[in-house]
Design a protein. Structure first.
Length: 139
């Protein structure tokens, strides 16, 4: 028996195709929400022991440009202003969460503002930058 090669197990417990639940930490990607929530550090320590690399911080906190339309309809202008006000309220509440650390506050505030940018682009009948709609013949 020592000269024969054993065949791979083919049953349900063969081990092939199974993925590990937890793998090594990949620094090329931004940390997931679960990884950020599991971080034990609060406040300034959260900034000192951040899971984000400096390049990721720069990418996640770049500027957001809003496109307001002052077209023919006054109601559209009011709706856009209300969207901006409600988004700014969310951003203000995010910046009051001091336990997150300043890096996460900035990243979450930027994500909210980017969400507003995308909604306002769709509201004004435009395609948000980074989105591609399917051509009409493929819908």
């Amino acid at each position: 028996m020592s000269d024969t090669v054993q065949e791979a197990h083919t049953g349900p417990y063969s081990g092939r195709g199974r993925k590990r639940k937890y793998g090594p930490y990949n620094t090329a990607k931004a940390p997931t929400g679960a990884e950020l929530d599991a971080q034990p550090h609060q406040g300034e320590e959260a900034d000192r022991y951040s899971l984000f690399t400096p390049q990721q911080i720069a990418d996640e906190t770049r500027n957001v440009r809003l496109d307001l339309s002052f077209g023919a309809d006054v109601m559209k202008i009011r709706d856009q202003a209300e969207m901006i006000i409600s988004c700014m309220r969310v951003i203000i509440e995010t910046t009051r969460k001091t336990g997150l650390g300043s890096i996460r506050q900035r990243i979450e505030a930027r994500r909210e503002a980017d969400s507003l940018r995308r909604v306002m682009a769709r509201f004004n009948g435009k395609c948000p930058h980074g989105d591609r709609y399917k051509p009409k013949h493929l819908r």
